[in-house]
Design a protein around this ligand. Structure first.
Ligand SMILES: Nc1ncnc2c1ncn2[C@@H]1O[C@H](COP(=O)(O)OP(=O)(O)O)[C@@H](O)[C@H]1O
Ligand SMILES: [Mg+2]
Length: 325
């Protein structure tokens, strides 16, 4: 039963200007290459990959915070990369973001009532008591209270500040919230509380999440499906059980084998496929599969030709030699 996706990203490319050399032109950095995925209403898609793989760049391009070089971003079926001004502002109600550092979304010099209420004023024209009543509702929704309206961000713990950032993101009833390492700076027990909160909010509000994290354990817990990123490319997308129990891409398996297992006996006997070798140079990318230089299965074809995405054992994988599981 497939509905219209809330978010559909097709062929997304993002380039940054590279460092200028003494002579000649700066080579562009191709940070995101041909990334496509979609998210259904109320679904959580986890986006994982090592640091520098392009996850935040995908998030920022989807949010229209940076301009993609190519590709489409459809929000509830509407292309948004070409929108500007008022049209963009109105459409953007439907997609909001929570960052790792709540100070990226909360101005430290603003009262919580103003930070959380800002969008309500700008978009809905709510003022005074009316605005504060709605902010109080939002604070209660995230497990805080109306007592917190007249306080500043520094008066809260890291976990509470993340709750406030979530309240702010939810103010306009978005269809999608992009969480970029939203729990990564928190201790494990606070992480679990915030993840529990996000899951509860999803049930209540049917909001969808693009949940970005380098932490696979967290992603496994919260996601319905998972997309794995390597060197600016998506390499595998599948159901969470598929990805974690029967990964098809050698990179996915290597990434999983880097998660420690609590049981030392199992940890020792586990077939390891640790990550060795170097990530390619982003300024001089290889022509074939970007993982070939680190992959034990790489053949001549892998070094020459970028693999296309194809269905394999229920997940979608970009690999010439997917794992037989
Ligand atoms: N503003 C920028 N200018 C130049 N390069 C950037 C910029 N932002 C990110 N990059 C580069 O793009 C790549 C992807 O970065 P990023 O999206 O932050 O990765 P991740 O979030 O997965 O850690 C990295 O090589 C990074 O150095
Ligand atoms: Mg990042």
């Amino acid at each position: 039963m497939s509905q219209q996706p809330v978010l559909e990203v097709t062929g997304l490319e993002v380039n940054f200007a590279g460092k200028k050399k003494a002579f000649g032109r700066a080579a562009p950095i191709r940070a995101v290459k041909g990334v496509s995925f979609s998210i259904q209403p109320g679904e959580t898609l986890g986006l994982v990959g090592e640091s520098g793989s392009g996850k935040s760049t995908v998030a920022r391009a989807v949010m229209q915070l940076i301009e993609p070089a190519a590709g489409e971003v459809l929000l509830k079926g509407r292309e948004i990369t070409a929108l500007r001004g008022k049209e963009l502002r109105v459409t953007r109600r439907d997609i909001q973001m929570v960052f790792q550092d709540p100070y990226s979304s909360l101005d430290p010099s603003m009262l919580i009532a103003d930070s959380v209420g800002e969008a309500l004023e700008v978009h809905d024209g709510l003022r005074g008591h009316e605005r504060d009543a709605r902010v109080a509702e939002l604070l209660e929704l995230v497990g805080l209270s109306s007592h917190h309206l007249e306080r500043y961000p520094y008066e809260f713990s890291g976990g509470q500040r993340q709750r406030i950032a979530i309240a702010r993101a939810l103010a306009l009833n978005p269809a999608v919230v992009v969480c970029d390492e939203a729990v990564s700076a928190l201790d494990v027990s606070t992480q679990n509380q915030i993840i529990g909160l996000l899951e509860g909010l999803r049930e209540k509000l049917n909001v969808a999440y693009l949940f970005i994290s380098h932490d696979l354990a967290v992603v496994r817990h919260i996601s319905d499906r998972v997309a794995v990123m390597y060197f600016g490319h998506l390499v595998e997308v599948g159901e969470v059980s598929q990805i974690f129990e029967r990964p098809a891409h050698p990179y996915t398996r290597a990434l999983l084998s880097a998660i420690p297992i609590a049981d030392p006996l199992r940890q020792r006997s586990r077939k390891t496929a640790m990550l060795t070798g170097e990530i390619p140079d982003i300024v001089n990318p290889p022509s074939g599969c970007p993982f070939a230089s680190r992959c034990e299965f790489a053949s001549g074809m892998c070094r020459e030709q970028m693999p296309e995405f194809r269905e394999h054992n229920g997940s979608s994988v970009a690999c010439h030699h997917p794992l037989q599981t």
